[in-house]
Design a binder for this molecule. Sequence first.
Ligand code: ADP
Ligand code: ZN
Length: 757
Amino acid sequence: MDDEHTTQRALFDTRPAWREDEARRGTVATVVLPDGVDRPLDYLVPDALAEAVSPGRRVRVPLGKGDRQRLAYCVAVRTGDLPQRPLKPLSGVEDDAPLLSPRMIALTKWMADRWLSRWGEALEAVLPAGVRLTRRPRSTPLLTVAATAPARPPTAGQARALAAAVVPMTAADLARTAGVAPAVVARLVRGGLLVPAAQQPLMPGGDRPPVAHERPAALSAAQTAALEAIRAPLAAARHETIVLFGVTGSGKTEVYLRAVEETIAHGRQAIVLVPEISLTPQTCDRFRARFGRVAVLHSHLTPAERHAQWRLIAAGGANVVVGARSAVFAPAPRLGLIVIDEEHESSFKQSTAPRYHARDVAEWIAREAEVPLVLGSATPALETFARCRSGAWRMCRLPERVGAGRLPPVITVDLRTPENRRGGPVSPRLAAGIRWALDAGGQVMLLLNRRGFATHVQCRACGAAVRCPQCDLAVTLHQPGNRGICHGCGLVTRLPGDCPACRAPHLAQRGTGTQRLEEYCRTTFRGARVARMDTDTMRSRGSHERTLDAFRNREIDLLVGTQMIAKGLDFPAVMLVGVLAGDTALHIPDFRAAERCCQLVTQVAGRSGRGERGGRVVVQTSTPDHPAIVAAVRHDYEAFVNQELPARAALGYPPEGSLVRIVVRGLHEETVATWAGEVATRLRAAAADADAATGAIRVLGPAPAPIARLRDRHRWHLQVHGSDGAVLRGLVHRVATTLQTPTGVAWIVDVDPVEML
Ligand code: ADP
Ligand code: ZN
């Protein structure tokens, strides 16, 4: 504990950390190990290495008995009087340049405190694996055609090489493929007409041509006001968080594009975060069409590609970075703006340690860098609303669609009425709507947030559902092959012919999944070209883009999908959106269930009626009167917010205060339950001590988690609520560090969780 305090003071305090009465002088490096020892350690820097050691590089240090060599991150270096206790010297330096700036080092320390992770975990999280490779990725670059046009017409030989380089390949392969001398290729490289492939904008399906996207001549009044709100802090180089609360199609993306234009005009770089690259190809296309050189960080990059992008950004070679969650760590030296699109999406929270939220990380970086942060959504998170209402963030409203676009009328179909359930998963009214759209030459999107064929298989005799042998979950039927797939662990089993519980030969397929809906639509709407988009059909690289391109090109009339089809898509020919089971999301045991339901229905409804011919939305639901459904139907998300915020406050759920979830798991339920109980007892004792000074901290549980068994591990959880996040985290941290975890259990601490199962 003592060491830790010394180190932290040395890092974040300007006061001298060494006592005056010690005379020996030298250089000390403070290092953090990626795993193992949790606290920072001090090492002596030998004179020979003094030049090579600096914060942000990795060093090799001897550790423990036998001085095993470990790789560690150097987080601080100082020269001065040495402490009296002997220090081991570090043995080598791994990187020839820092991988992390001082700001990023400070960020990782903050992240570790904010989400109660180890500092080493935070350091590893901000550096992509490709950047951490000890051996640099092989440096034979793949060459491809540069974006710049040749100054004079290429010779015959050169034109062949340029044509061949449309597919990136090495210089040697290119010469061979094009049938030209290596010198021809070399000359094209020198002339800048062939460039390393990784320096090209790496888009999903990177070889597709940029989609022409017009730059509207004039902004709407609401867009102008929003841009003005961003422009002011941008010009003054000051931090401010601006939230664009704009209905689907209100022109938010156009505002981001303009703000990025201004950022570049100021000589700065912009980072744009999107929920998931493959699901938002249109957004990426628009950035690429407007800015050309866009660095795209997505999950399909190889480590070498990622490394190349990282270097390009760090060298200031990309003005715009577009990427998912972890792109927030892009090492932009001239950062001028951060944008988060669809900021309410839960994919911005990392599900492994450090369990950070990109929104909070972005705010920290934007504040330190003194740049604006722009958050945009048609359905901002309640946390975001609360920050705006407290005055901390500024909200700009874009309440109407741009141009002549109108939000589509939404009708609900009450599934409690028997007539509406007749005829399968599509009610007569929805079917009529689908026919209306198809007959008018329009397109249809149907949202069903359950994949598979039948959502469960149940015995008609005893009522038992077929369950996963290693999870506490009913299996989903997938076709072909009568496979039972567990959506918790992915285990595939052959469905039994008889009930595993009572042996009766009466298994019935219950509940419709996207697969069955697709089949239903093919047979019911004959002539319509039907496609499905869910994780089962979208496994291969580029499959999203192919399906969405086909939909855009009108090769598909009716698209069935899970929430995957709800995000950010702008297809003007969509005239009908149908929501098959509007309330599935409502019944999940999670305090955010209503919020998620309202967001999902609002978002998917927003895909309809973007073209001149308008559109409609049909929502089938068993709870048409639920505030989440009513608000989505009326396009009045804020009405839901107004109702939900006080309800959360009354129960002490975020955004009121802060929440820490602890999940304990292990093979033996008794051990798991006992340990969860022990953790709860210690937390309650600590909370009782703290109460008087710091306000209420409540411990709920322990109880079995909603998914009580996963991959053979029993799961128990508890929730700790506190009105003050910092106090709450401090308490949990104190308790966590004094507990000795018994063998056979593992537990995780999730600060401000978004996942409650
Ligand atoms: P959002 O991001 O809020 O869904 P977009 O920026 O995608 O909205 O705008 C919706 C559509 O309207 C896009 O096709 C976009 O090109 C177009 N658009 C945006 N702003 C304008 C404008 N000021 N004038 C005309 N069309 C616009
Ligand atoms: Zn399972």
